[in-house]
Design a protein around this ligand. Structure first.
Ligand code: BTN
Length: 287
């Protein structure tokens, strides 16, 4: 059983001698990441510039790459977001990586991979930066009311079993303020973990490795009530009115999150409605 304290304590004990968060060696390095990983089955491939780590890893997966192949880039020219959006991925400021997984799960439970990653990223940012991030359903992480991290889970389905043949989990997190700031189109919603340009010296390799260590540990209990509780504790907008953006747009209050990670909403007419993940997003009325 994992509880958060046990998990944090275990990770802390294992991490304290190895991780040097602030160092001058901030370039992305596969060797440095692999050195810091507990799971020696992981293979890390790094790129300075790539179109999208998800796109690249999906090609590798189709060519038979092993589970726990990880692709990391310093810069993406065509970073992919959910719902066909793009993910701004400038050089030297964020962490952009994709992980190949081959979990033996039902397709409908692939959401557990996303939510597990959301919790793992919160635990990482809490531990390494001493901040309290919030998870905006289903896959965005917010700090000071700005989105700092997005998660894109893509699954290829085995037509015989209707289970995932593989899952590519993509994570993008803005650690530092980009050199040229965020483009005006996203400057109202996008933020970074470290908000002062002068402090942009955290070792991104250490942050990626910490995330991977926590994530793989949590993955051992994918779908557990412990992960659900950790997710729920960190939820953004719980108890607030939101705008639901699907084929129709409507306003509702988020009253709870169900154990299957569907959102429990109270509609304006008082009716209770469970919203599943998929082609929908929720937006705060105030942002
Ligand atoms: C979202 O915010 O909708 C999800 C963003 C996911 C971005 C990451 S960055 C690494 C990986 N490669 C991509 O092209 N996308 C994901």
């Amino acid at each position: 059983m994992i509880n958060e304290q046990q998990n944090t304590a275990k990770t802390e004990q294992k991490n304290c001698k190895d991780y040097l968060l602030y160092s001058n060696k901030t370039a992305i390095s596969s060797q440095r990441i692999e050195e810091l990983l507990f799971d020696k089955d992981c293979r890390v491939l790094t790129f300075d510039t790539i179109d999208s780590t998800n796109l690249y890893l999906k090609k590798l997966a189709e060519d038979g790459a092993n589970e726990k192949t990880i692709v990391v880039a310093n810069h993406q020219t065509n970073g992919k977001g959910r719902l066909g959006r793009s993910f701004y991925s400038p050089a030297d400021s964020g962490i952009y990586f994709s992980i190949l997984l081959k979990p033996n799960i039902e397709l409908k439970n692939a959401v557990n991979v996303t939510t597990c990653a959301g919790v793992a990223m919160c635990l990482t940012l809490e531990k390494m930066f001493g901040i309290k991030p919030k998870i905006k359903w289903v896959n965005d992480i917010f700090v000071n009311d700005k989105k700092v991290c997005g998660i894109l889970t893509e699954a290829a389905v085995d037509s015989d079993t209707n289970k995932p043949k593989y899952v590519v989990l993509g994570v993008g997190c803005n650690l530092f303020v980009p050199k040229d700031d965020f483009p005006t189109e996203i400057s109202d919603i996008a933020g970074s973990v470290v908000q002062s340009k002068e402090n942009s010296i955290a070792d991104r390799n250490a942050v990626i490795a910490h995330f991977l260590n926590v994530f793989f540990e949590l993955c051992a209990s994918l779908g557990s009530s412990e992960i659900y509780e950790m997710y729920k504790e960190r939820m953004f907008l719980l108890g607030q009115k939101v705008k639901v953006m699907s084929s129709e747009q409507f306003e509702a209050e988020i009253i709870d999150i169900n154990p299957d990670f569907s959102l429990k909403l109270k509609l304006e007419n008082g009716e209770i409605f469970n919203l599943n993940t998929g082609e929908v997003s929720v937006r705060s009325l105030s942002v």
